[in-house]
Design a protein around this ligand. Structure first.
Ligand code: UD1
Ligand code: CA
Length: 450
Protein backbone atom coordinates (compact mmCIF):
# COMPACT_ATOMS: atom_id res chain seq x y z
CA UNK A 1 0.00 0.00 0.00
CA UNK A 2 1.23 3.51 -0.83
CA UNK A 3 2.31 5.51 2.23
CA UNK A 4 2.73 9.26 2.14
CA UNK A 5 3.86 11.43 5.01
CA UNK A 6 3.17 14.96 6.19
CA UNK A 7 5.22 16.77 8.83
CA UNK A 8 3.69 19.78 10.53
CA UNK A 9 6.33 22.44 11.12
CA UNK A 10 4.67 25.82 10.68
CA UNK A 11 4.26 26.81 14.33
CA UNK A 12 6.34 29.53 15.89
CA UNK A 13 7.23 27.71 19.06
CA UNK A 14 6.44 30.68 21.32
CA UNK A 15 7.46 28.71 24.40
CA UNK A 16 11.05 28.45 23.11
CA UNK A 17 11.38 32.27 23.46
CA UNK A 18 13.62 32.45 20.44
CA UNK A 19 14.15 34.27 17.15
CA UNK A 20 15.01 30.94 15.61
CA UNK A 21 12.00 28.89 14.44
CA UNK A 22 11.47 26.03 16.89
CA UNK A 23 12.12 23.26 14.39
CA UNK A 24 15.51 24.79 13.51
CA UNK A 25 16.88 24.49 17.05
CA UNK A 26 19.73 21.98 16.96
CA UNK A 27 19.61 18.62 18.66
CA UNK A 28 22.99 16.84 18.55
CA UNK A 29 24.06 18.97 15.60
CA UNK A 30 20.95 18.61 13.43
CA UNK A 31 17.87 20.84 13.40
CA UNK A 32 14.84 19.24 15.09
CA UNK A 33 13.02 18.92 11.78
CA UNK A 34 15.81 16.76 10.35
CA UNK A 35 14.84 13.91 12.72
CA UNK A 36 11.18 13.93 11.70
CA UNK A 37 12.14 13.94 8.04
CA UNK A 38 14.53 11.01 8.48
CA UNK A 39 12.07 8.78 10.31
CA UNK A 40 9.14 9.66 8.02
CA UNK A 41 11.23 8.94 4.95
CA UNK A 42 12.26 5.54 6.27
CA UNK A 43 8.64 4.55 6.69
CA UNK A 44 6.98 6.04 3.63
CA UNK A 45 9.69 5.68 1.02
CA UNK A 46 8.27 8.83 -0.62
CA UNK A 47 9.29 12.47 -0.18
CA UNK A 48 7.67 13.82 2.99
CA UNK A 49 5.48 16.90 2.59
CA UNK A 50 6.54 19.51 5.15
CA UNK A 51 4.08 22.21 6.17
CA UNK A 52 6.06 25.40 6.81
CA UNK A 53 5.02 28.85 8.01
CA UNK A 54 7.07 30.53 10.70
CA UNK A 55 10.67 30.82 9.55
CA UNK A 56 9.72 29.03 6.32
CA UNK A 57 12.79 30.31 4.47
CA UNK A 58 15.18 28.90 7.04
CA UNK A 59 13.43 25.54 7.06
CA UNK A 60 13.39 25.38 3.25
CA UNK A 61 17.09 26.18 3.16
CA UNK A 62 17.94 23.50 5.73
CA UNK A 63 15.98 20.72 4.02
CA UNK A 64 16.48 21.62 0.35
CA UNK A 65 14.84 19.25 -2.09
CA UNK A 66 14.86 16.25 0.25
CA UNK A 67 11.18 17.07 0.92
CA UNK A 68 8.22 18.80 -0.68
CA UNK A 69 7.03 22.05 0.94
CA UNK A 70 3.58 23.51 1.38
CA UNK A 71 2.97 26.80 3.15
CA UNK A 72 0.57 27.58 5.97
CA UNK A 73 0.49 31.38 5.93
CA UNK A 74 -1.55 31.76 9.11
CA UNK A 75 -1.04 29.28 11.93
CA UNK A 76 -4.67 28.36 12.55
CA UNK A 77 -3.94 25.04 14.26
CA UNK A 78 -2.74 21.52 13.53
CA UNK A 79 -5.92 20.54 11.65
CA UNK A 80 -5.65 23.58 9.41
CA UNK A 81 -1.95 22.82 8.91
CA UNK A 82 -2.62 19.32 7.59
CA UNK A 83 -5.32 20.67 5.29
CA UNK A 84 -2.65 22.75 3.54
CA UNK A 85 -1.11 19.49 2.29
CA UNK A 86 -4.26 18.49 0.45
CA UNK A 87 -3.30 19.97 -2.97
CA UNK A 88 0.00 18.03 -2.81
CA UNK A 89 -1.57 14.70 -1.82
CA UNK A 90 -5.26 14.74 -2.78
CA UNK A 91 -4.78 12.35 -5.72
CA UNK A 92 -2.70 9.85 -3.76
CA UNK A 93 -4.18 6.56 -2.66
CA UNK A 94 -3.29 4.63 0.46
CA UNK A 95 -2.24 6.01 3.82
CA UNK A 96 -1.19 9.42 5.08
CA UNK A 97 1.22 9.36 8.04
CA UNK A 98 1.18 12.65 9.96
CA UNK A 99 3.82 13.69 12.51
CA UNK A 100 4.67 16.91 14.32
CA UNK A 101 8.16 18.30 13.74
CA UNK A 102 8.67 18.92 17.43
CA UNK A 103 8.72 15.18 18.28
CA UNK A 104 12.26 14.28 17.18
CA UNK A 105 12.68 11.09 19.20
CA UNK A 106 9.97 9.04 17.53
CA UNK A 107 11.61 6.05 15.93
CA UNK A 108 10.83 4.71 12.50
CA UNK A 109 10.02 1.35 14.17
CA UNK A 110 7.16 2.96 16.10
CA UNK A 111 5.92 4.76 12.99
CA UNK A 112 5.97 1.44 11.14
CA UNK A 113 3.97 -0.17 13.92
CA UNK A 114 1.39 2.60 13.63
CA UNK A 115 1.13 2.16 9.86
CA UNK A 116 0.70 -1.61 10.27
CA UNK A 117 -2.02 -1.05 12.85
CA UNK A 118 -3.94 1.14 10.40
CA UNK A 119 -3.41 -1.38 7.59
CA UNK A 120 -5.33 -3.97 9.58
CA UNK A 121 -8.00 -1.49 10.71
CA UNK A 122 -11.23 -0.79 8.86
CA UNK A 123 -11.76 2.63 10.50
CA UNK A 124 -10.47 5.93 9.12
CA UNK A 125 -7.33 6.27 11.28
CA UNK A 126 -5.05 5.09 14.05
CA UNK A 127 -3.15 7.30 16.46
CA UNK A 128 -0.20 6.80 18.78
CA UNK A 129 -0.57 7.21 22.52
CA UNK A 130 1.82 7.20 25.41
CA UNK A 131 1.30 6.40 29.06
CA UNK A 132 3.40 8.48 31.45
CA UNK A 133 2.96 10.21 34.79
CA UNK A 134 4.05 13.66 33.65
CA UNK A 135 1.35 14.91 31.25
CA UNK A 136 3.64 17.56 29.68
CA UNK A 137 0.65 19.54 28.45
CA UNK A 138 -0.32 16.78 26.02
CA UNK A 139 -3.88 16.01 24.95
CA UNK A 140 -5.66 13.34 27.04
CA UNK A 141 -6.94 10.24 25.26
CA UNK A 142 -10.43 9.02 26.18
CA UNK A 143 -11.28 5.44 25.23
CA UNK A 144 -14.68 3.83 25.08
CA UNK A 145 -15.57 0.45 26.62
CA UNK A 146 -14.73 -1.22 23.27
CA UNK A 147 -11.14 0.08 23.50
CA UNK A 148 -11.51 2.46 20.57
CA UNK A 149 -10.72 6.15 21.05
CA UNK A 150 -13.72 8.31 21.82
CA UNK A 151 -12.08 11.71 22.10
CA UNK A 152 -8.81 13.58 22.48
CA UNK A 153 -9.16 16.52 24.86
CA UNK A 154 -6.55 19.25 24.88
CA UNK A 155 -5.20 20.04 28.33
CA UNK A 156 -6.65 23.55 28.35
CA UNK A 157 -10.15 22.15 27.75
CA UNK A 158 -9.89 19.10 30.00
CA UNK A 159 -11.99 18.82 33.14
CA UNK A 160 -10.04 18.10 36.37
CA UNK A 161 -11.13 14.49 36.07
CA UNK A 162 -9.94 14.25 32.45
CA UNK A 163 -6.66 15.89 33.43
CA UNK A 164 -5.92 12.86 35.61
CA UNK A 165 -5.97 10.54 32.57
CA UNK A 166 -2.53 9.04 32.01
CA UNK A 167 -2.91 8.08 28.37
CA UNK A 168 -1.66 10.96 26.22
CA UNK A 169 -1.82 11.84 22.55
CA UNK A 170 1.68 11.58 21.06
CA UNK A 171 0.63 13.55 17.98
CA UNK A 172 1.23 10.85 15.38
CA UNK A 173 -1.57 9.67 13.12
CA UNK A 174 -2.03 7.32 10.22
CA UNK A 175 -5.07 8.21 8.09
CA UNK A 176 -6.80 6.54 5.23
CA UNK A 177 -6.36 9.08 2.44
CA UNK A 178 -9.96 8.69 1.15
CA UNK A 179 -11.29 9.87 4.47
CA UNK A 180 -8.90 12.54 5.73
CA UNK A 181 -9.30 15.16 2.98
CA UNK A 182 -13.08 15.07 3.24
CA UNK A 183 -12.97 15.25 7.05
CA UNK A 184 -10.52 18.15 7.50
CA UNK A 185 -12.90 20.90 6.26
CA UNK A 186 -15.45 19.74 8.85
CA UNK A 187 -13.27 20.36 11.92
CA UNK A 188 -15.05 22.84 14.19
CA UNK A 189 -13.28 25.95 15.49
CA UNK A 190 -11.91 25.30 18.99
CA UNK A 191 -12.55 27.65 21.93
CA UNK A 192 -8.98 28.93 21.35
CA UNK A 193 -9.83 29.88 17.76
CA UNK A 194 -7.83 27.06 16.17
CA UNK A 195 -8.67 24.00 14.09
CA UNK A 196 -7.37 21.05 16.11
CA UNK A 197 -6.33 17.92 14.24
CA UNK A 198 -7.31 16.00 17.36
CA UNK A 199 -10.94 16.95 16.74
CA UNK A 200 -10.95 14.46 13.87
CA UNK A 201 -11.49 11.81 16.56
CA UNK A 202 -14.82 13.30 17.62
CA UNK A 203 -15.78 13.75 13.98
CA UNK A 204 -15.12 10.10 13.14
CA UNK A 205 -17.01 8.94 16.22
CA UNK A 206 -20.02 11.05 15.21
CA UNK A 207 -19.87 9.38 11.80
CA UNK A 208 -20.04 6.02 13.61
CA UNK A 209 -16.48 5.12 12.68
CA UNK A 210 -13.87 3.48 14.91
CA UNK A 211 -10.60 5.23 15.77
CA UNK A 212 -7.84 2.90 16.86
CA UNK A 213 -4.89 3.70 19.12
CA UNK A 214 -1.61 1.93 19.74
CA UNK A 215 0.68 2.74 22.65
CA UNK A 216 4.45 3.09 22.59
CA UNK A 217 6.37 1.29 25.31
CA UNK A 218 9.25 3.80 25.30
CA UNK A 219 8.20 6.99 27.06
CA UNK A 220 11.31 8.75 25.72
CA UNK A 221 9.90 8.65 22.22
CA UNK A 222 7.17 11.03 23.21
CA UNK A 223 9.43 13.80 24.46
CA UNK A 224 8.03 16.72 22.53
CA UNK A 225 9.95 19.97 22.35
CA UNK A 226 7.95 22.92 23.58
CA UNK A 227 10.63 24.62 25.72
CA UNK A 228 14.41 24.61 25.94
CA UNK A 229 14.12 22.39 29.01
CA UNK A 230 12.55 19.74 26.76
CA UNK A 231 15.30 20.33 24.21
CA UNK A 232 17.97 19.44 26.77
CA UNK A 233 16.00 16.38 27.92
CA UNK A 234 15.65 15.16 24.36
CA UNK A 235 19.37 15.80 23.75
CA UNK A 236 20.29 13.57 26.69
CA UNK A 237 17.97 10.77 25.55
CA UNK A 238 19.23 10.91 21.98
CA UNK A 239 22.84 10.90 23.17
CA UNK A 240 22.19 7.77 25.26
CA UNK A 241 20.39 6.10 22.37
CA UNK A 242 23.18 6.75 19.86
CA UNK A 243 25.96 5.78 22.30
CA UNK A 244 24.19 2.56 23.21
CA UNK A 245 23.89 1.69 19.52
CA UNK A 246 27.65 2.10 19.04
CA UNK A 247 28.52 0.14 22.17
CA UNK A 248 26.38 -2.76 20.95
CA UNK A 249 28.16 -2.48 17.60
CA UNK A 250 31.57 -3.00 19.24
CA UNK A 251 32.76 0.49 20.17
CA UNK A 252 34.02 1.12 23.72
CA UNK A 253 32.71 4.36 25.21
CA UNK A 254 34.37 5.04 28.55
CA UNK A 255 31.89 7.68 29.69
CA UNK A 256 28.73 7.82 27.59
CA UNK A 257 27.47 10.87 29.48
CA UNK A 258 30.35 13.02 28.23
CA UNK A 259 30.50 11.56 24.72
CA UNK A 260 28.52 13.36 22.01
CA UNK A 261 28.17 11.44 18.76
CA UNK A 262 26.02 13.05 16.08
CA UNK A 263 23.56 10.87 14.18
CA UNK A 264 25.43 10.60 10.86
CA UNK A 265 28.82 9.64 12.33
CA UNK A 266 30.26 6.16 11.64
CA UNK A 267 32.69 4.26 13.89
CA UNK A 268 34.54 0.99 13.38
CA UNK A 269 34.73 -1.96 15.74
CA UNK A 270 37.15 -1.93 18.72
CA UNK A 271 37.59 1.81 18.60
CA UNK A 272 37.77 3.31 22.09
CA UNK A 273 36.20 6.69 22.77
CA UNK A 274 37.47 8.45 25.89
CA UNK A 275 35.56 11.13 27.82
CA UNK A 276 34.70 14.63 26.60
CA UNK A 277 34.70 13.67 22.98
CA UNK A 278 32.50 15.23 20.30
CA UNK A 279 32.15 13.42 16.98
CA UNK A 280 30.27 15.65 14.60
CA UNK A 281 28.85 16.00 11.11
CA UNK A 282 29.87 13.32 8.62
CA UNK A 283 32.88 12.08 10.60
CA UNK A 284 33.92 8.48 9.92
CA UNK A 285 36.35 6.58 12.14
CA UNK A 286 37.94 3.22 11.33
CA UNK A 287 38.68 0.27 13.59
CA UNK A 288 40.77 0.06 16.76
CA UNK A 289 41.39 3.78 17.14
CA UNK A 290 41.73 5.59 20.44
CA UNK A 291 39.88 8.90 20.37
CA UNK A 292 40.08 11.41 23.21
CA UNK A 293 39.88 12.35 25.94
CA UNK A 294 38.92 15.85 24.82
CA UNK A 295 38.64 15.44 21.07
CA UNK A 296 36.39 17.54 18.85
CA UNK A 297 36.17 16.00 15.39
CA UNK A 298 33.95 17.36 12.63
CA UNK A 299 33.44 16.14 9.04
CA UNK A 300 36.70 14.18 9.19
CA UNK A 301 37.62 10.77 7.84
CA UNK A 302 39.94 8.74 10.06
CA UNK A 303 41.47 5.37 9.16
CA UNK A 304 42.18 2.48 11.51
CA UNK A 305 44.53 2.26 14.51
CA UNK A 306 44.84 6.03 14.91
CA UNK A 307 45.36 7.81 18.24
CA UNK A 308 43.87 11.23 18.78
CA UNK A 309 44.45 12.91 22.12
CA UNK A 310 42.91 16.25 23.08
CA UNK A 311 42.78 17.61 19.55
CA UNK A 312 40.41 19.51 17.27
CA UNK A 313 39.84 18.72 13.61
CA UNK A 314 37.41 19.68 10.89
CA UNK A 315 37.30 18.64 7.24
CA UNK A 316 40.47 16.54 7.48
CA UNK A 317 41.50 13.10 6.23
CA UNK A 318 43.73 10.78 8.28
CA UNK A 319 44.92 7.47 6.89
CA UNK A 320 45.83 4.53 9.15
CA UNK A 321 48.10 4.66 12.24
CA UNK A 322 48.18 8.41 12.48
CA UNK A 323 48.89 9.75 15.93
CA UNK A 324 48.03 13.28 17.00
CA UNK A 325 48.13 15.34 20.12
CA UNK A 326 47.82 16.57 22.64
CA UNK A 327 46.56 19.89 21.27
CA UNK A 328 46.71 19.33 17.53
CA UNK A 329 44.49 21.30 15.18
CA UNK A 330 43.67 20.00 11.72
CA UNK A 331 41.72 22.34 9.50
CA UNK A 332 39.97 21.93 6.17
CA UNK A 333 41.98 20.05 3.59
CA UNK A 334 44.54 18.57 6.00
CA UNK A 335 45.48 15.10 4.74
CA UNK A 336 47.78 12.99 6.89
CA UNK A 337 49.02 9.79 5.27
CA UNK A 338 49.70 6.50 7.04
CA UNK A 339 51.93 6.68 10.09
CA UNK A 340 52.12 10.46 10.37
CA UNK A 341 53.00 11.63 13.87
CA UNK A 342 51.94 15.06 15.00
CA UNK A 343 52.80 16.08 18.55
CA UNK A 344 51.62 19.01 20.61
CA UNK A 345 50.52 22.39 19.28
CA UNK A 346 50.59 21.61 15.58
CA UNK A 347 48.24 23.23 13.07
CA UNK A 348 47.77 21.92 9.56
CA UNK A 349 45.54 23.49 6.90
CA UNK A 350 45.05 22.46 3.27
CA UNK A 351 48.21 20.35 3.26
CA UNK A 352 49.33 16.81 2.56
CA UNK A 353 51.78 15.12 4.92
CA UNK A 354 53.27 12.00 3.36
CA UNK A 355 53.64 8.58 5.02
CA UNK A 356 55.83 8.52 8.13
CA UNK A 357 56.29 12.29 8.28
CA UNK A 358 56.83 13.65 11.78
CA UNK A 359 55.91 17.03 13.19
CA UNK A 360 56.59 16.82 16.89
CA UNK A 361 56.15 20.28 18.34
CA UNK A 362 54.31 23.59 17.74
CA UNK A 363 54.40 24.11 13.98
CA UNK A 364 52.09 25.55 11.32
CA UNK A 365 51.78 24.02 7.88
CA UNK A 366 49.42 25.67 5.38
CA UNK A 367 49.03 25.08 1.62
CA UNK A 368 51.95 22.65 1.72
CA UNK A 369 52.73 19.32 0.07
CA UNK A 370 55.11 17.27 2.12
CA UNK A 371 56.45 13.98 0.85
CA UNK A 372 57.19 10.90 2.91
CA UNK A 373 59.53 10.60 5.92
CA UNK A 374 60.04 14.32 6.42
CA UNK A 375 61.07 15.64 9.82
CA UNK A 376 59.49 18.98 10.67
CA UNK A 377 61.54 20.60 13.48
CA UNK A 378 59.95 22.38 16.42
CA UNK A 379 58.56 25.79 15.58
CA UNK A 380 58.57 25.37 11.79
CA UNK A 381 56.21 27.72 9.97
CA UNK A 382 55.10 27.88 6.37
CA UNK A 383 54.80 31.62 5.73
CA UNK A 384 52.09 30.99 3.13
CA UNK A 385 50.39 34.39 3.12
CA UNK A 386 52.07 37.54 1.84
CA UNK A 387 49.22 39.81 2.88
CA UNK A 388 47.47 39.44 -0.47
CA UNK A 389 47.74 35.86 -1.67
CA UNK A 390 48.33 32.36 -0.36
CA UNK A 391 51.36 30.53 -1.79
CA UNK A 392 52.30 26.84 -1.84
CA UNK A 393 55.24 25.08 -0.20
CA UNK A 394 56.64 21.77 -1.44
CA UNK A 395 58.95 19.63 0.67
CA UNK A 396 60.59 16.58 -0.91
CA UNK A 397 61.08 13.10 0.45
CA UNK A 398 63.28 12.66 3.52
CA UNK A 399 63.83 16.41 4.09
CA UNK A 400 65.01 17.47 7.55
CA UNK A 401 63.70 20.88 8.64
CA UNK A 402 65.69 22.36 11.54
CA UNK A 403 63.94 23.95 14.51
CA UNK A 404 62.41 27.39 14.05
CA UNK A 405 62.67 27.37 10.25
CA UNK A 406 60.51 29.88 8.34
CA UNK A 407 59.57 28.62 4.89
CA UNK A 408 58.63 31.73 2.91
CA UNK A 409 56.26 30.51 0.19
CA UNK A 410 56.24 29.90 -2.69
CA UNK A 411 59.19 27.65 -2.03
CA UNK A 412 60.38 24.17 -2.90
CA UNK A 413 62.81 21.99 -0.94
CA UNK A 414 64.32 19.14 -2.95
CA UNK A 415 64.62 15.54 -1.74
CA UNK A 416 66.95 15.08 1.24
CA UNK A 417 67.46 18.83 1.77
CA UNK A 418 68.17 20.24 5.24
CA UNK A 419 67.72 23.55 6.96
CA UNK A 420 69.68 24.80 9.96
CA UNK A 421 67.99 26.00 13.12
CA UNK A 422 66.47 29.45 12.68
CA UNK A 423 66.81 29.45 8.87
CA UNK A 424 64.53 31.77 6.88
CA UNK A 425 64.15 29.99 3.55
CA UNK A 426 63.21 32.44 0.80
CA UNK A 427 64.54 30.53 -2.24
CA UNK A 428 64.21 26.98 -3.49
CA UNK A 429 66.65 24.50 -1.95
CA UNK A 430 68.30 21.93 -4.27
CA UNK A 431 68.19 18.28 -3.24
CA UNK A 432 70.67 16.99 -0.62
CA UNK A 433 71.73 20.52 0.27
CA UNK A 434 72.01 22.12 3.72
CA UNK A 435 70.92 25.76 3.92
CA UNK A 436 71.46 28.01 6.95
CA UNK A 437 70.97 31.61 8.06
CA UNK A 438 68.75 34.60 7.33
CA UNK A 439 68.00 34.57 4.45
CA UNK A 440 69.07 30.95 4.10
CA UNK A 441 72.09 30.17 1.86
CA UNK A 442 73.53 26.79 0.83
CA UNK A 443 76.35 25.72 3.16
CA UNK A 444 77.24 22.34 1.70
CA UNK A 445 75.92 19.16 0.09
CA UNK A 446 74.82 16.34 2.41
CA UNK A 447 75.37 12.64 1.88
CA UNK A 448 72.29 10.46 1.34
CA UNK A 449 72.99 8.41 4.46
CA UNK A 450 74.24 11.29 6.67
C1 UD1 B 1 -0.28 18.82 20.06
C2 UD1 B 1 -1.61 18.08 20.15
C3 UD1 B 1 -1.71 17.36 21.49
C4 UD1 B 1 -0.55 16.40 21.62
C5 UD1 B 1 0.80 17.11 21.40
C6 UD1 B 1 1.88 16.08 21.30
C7 UD1 B 1 -3.22 19.28 18.78
C8 UD1 B 1 -4.38 20.23 18.80
N1 UD1 B 1 -2.69 19.00 19.99
O1 UD1 B 1 -0.26 19.84 21.06
O2 UD1 B 1 -2.92 16.65 21.60
O3 UD1 B 1 -0.58 15.79 22.88
O4 UD1 B 1 0.77 17.89 20.19
O5 UD1 B 1 3.09 16.64 20.91
O6 UD1 B 1 -2.83 18.84 17.74
N2 UD1 B 1 1.72 23.44 13.81
C9 UD1 B 1 1.54 23.93 12.53
N3 UD1 B 1 0.57 24.84 12.31
C10 UD1 B 1 -0.25 25.31 13.28
C11 UD1 B 1 -0.06 24.81 14.59
C12 UD1 B 1 0.93 23.86 14.83
O7 UD1 B 1 2.25 23.53 11.61
O8 UD1 B 1 -1.11 26.14 12.99
C13 UD1 B 1 2.77 22.44 14.07
C14 UD1 B 1 3.85 22.96 15.01
O9 UD1 B 1 4.92 23.52 14.28
C15 UD1 B 1 4.27 21.70 15.77
C16 UD1 B 1 3.07 20.80 15.70
O10 UD1 B 1 2.21 21.32 14.70
O11 UD1 B 1 5.35 21.06 15.13
C17 UD1 B 1 2.32 20.71 17.02
O12 UD1 B 1 1.91 22.00 17.43
P1 UD1 B 1 1.99 22.46 18.94
O13 UD1 B 1 1.45 23.84 19.02
O14 UD1 B 1 3.32 22.22 19.49
O15 UD1 B 1 0.92 21.47 19.61
P2 UD1 B 1 0.86 21.01 21.12
O16 UD1 B 1 0.28 22.12 21.94
O17 UD1 B 1 2.15 20.47 21.55
CA1 CA C 1 4.21 20.46 20.71
Amino acid sequence: MEIHSVILAAGQGTRMRSNLPKVMHPLLGRPLIWYSVESARQVSGTKPVVVVGHGADEVRKALGDSVEFVCQDQQLGTGHALWQAEPALRDKKGLILVTYADMPLLTSETLKRLVEAQQSHTGPFTLLTIEVDDPRGFGRVLRGPDGFVREVVEEAQATPEQQRIKELNAGVYCFSSDWVWTALPQIPLSPKGEYYLTDLVGLAVRQGKAVKAITTDDPNEAIGINTRVHLAEAGAVLQRRINKGWMLAGVTIADPASTYIEPEVKIGQDTVILPNTHLQGTTEIGEACEIGPNAIIRDTKIGSRCTILASVMEGAVLEDEVDIGPFGHLRKGAHLATGVHMGNFGEVKNSYLGPGTKMGHFSYLGDATIEQDVNIGAGTITCNYDGKKKHPTHIGKGVFIGSDTMLVAPVNLGEGARTGAGAVVTKDVPEYTLVVGVPARPLRKVEKDE
